[in-house]
Design a protein around this ligand. Structure first.
Ligand SMILES: CC(C)(COP(=O)(O)OP(=O)(O)OC[C@H]1O[C@@H](n2cnc3c(N)ncnc32)[C@H](O)[C@@H]1OP(=O)(O)O)[C@@H](O)C(=O)NCCC(=O)NCCS
Length: 167
């Protein structure tokens, strides 16, 4: 069950420091299998102040908040032909409480029946199971940026065809 005291709202530039803190708690755990340099590269590249402010400005970013603390976030980018979820992350202490599911459902609802794409790191089995159970299907793979790092699994979710009404 999603805890009723978890609130979802749009991210603002004031959330930058909390987003960095979230990333520093999430990625070393999620990418423990891939090595600390890969986790640190992810934080440095995609969660620095400039990247955060750009994402808040140019994409639709939601945060899940427990009191004052940001415990999860996700964003969707409507600029490409097929909307892309670039980030989805829940604090390790809050994982398994359906906060990720609530964020994903809200982002997909915002896409209003459009297909949605995203990518996750190969070997991130938690993400693989999470997205597969939601109905995302593999559409491709990106090579690792550096030898020894994971590649990216690209997946897509498509809305179910609406059944035709019987006449
Ligand atoms: C992947 C992630 C976003 C999922 O969010 P979450 O809040 O932990 O997941 P939820 O509680 O919403 O899980 C929803 C469903 O996903 C599946 N699921 C989630 N985690 C799972 C796990 N570890 N093992 C098996 N199934 C899992 C289950 O089907 C679950 O449904 P259930 O509660 O009926 O079993 C979160 O674990 C996370 O932030 N991981 C680290 C960062 C990351 O990998 N992000 C995604 C890649 S970009």
């Amino acid at each position: 069950m999603l805890r009723t005291d978890i609130v979802m709202r749009r991210a603002t530039p004031d959330d930058n420091a909390d987003l960095i803190a979230l990333a520093e708690d999430v990625w070393p755990v999620a990418y423990a299998y891939a090595g600390s340099d890969y986790a640190q590269h992810t934080i440095d590249t995609w969660w620095n102040t400039e990247a955060n402010l750009r994402s808040i400005d140019q994409t639709t970013m939601l945060v899940a908040v427990d009191g004052e603390q940001i415990v999860g976030m996700g964003n969707i980018d409507f600029r490409p032909d097929v909307p892309i979820i670039w980030k989805l992350a829940v604090h390790p202490r809050y994982q398994g409480w359906r906060i990720g599911l609530a964020l994903l459902e809200e982002l997909i609802a915002l896409a209003n029946q459009a297909p949605v794409r995203l990518a996750y790191a190969e070997g991130n089995e938690q993400a693989a199971r999470f997205y597969a159970s939601y109905g995302f299907e593999p559409i491709g793979r990106n090579e690792p940026e550096q030898p020894g790092w994971p590649g990216q699994v690209r997946v897509e979710w498509r809305p179910r065809q609406q059944p035709r009404s019987a006449h």
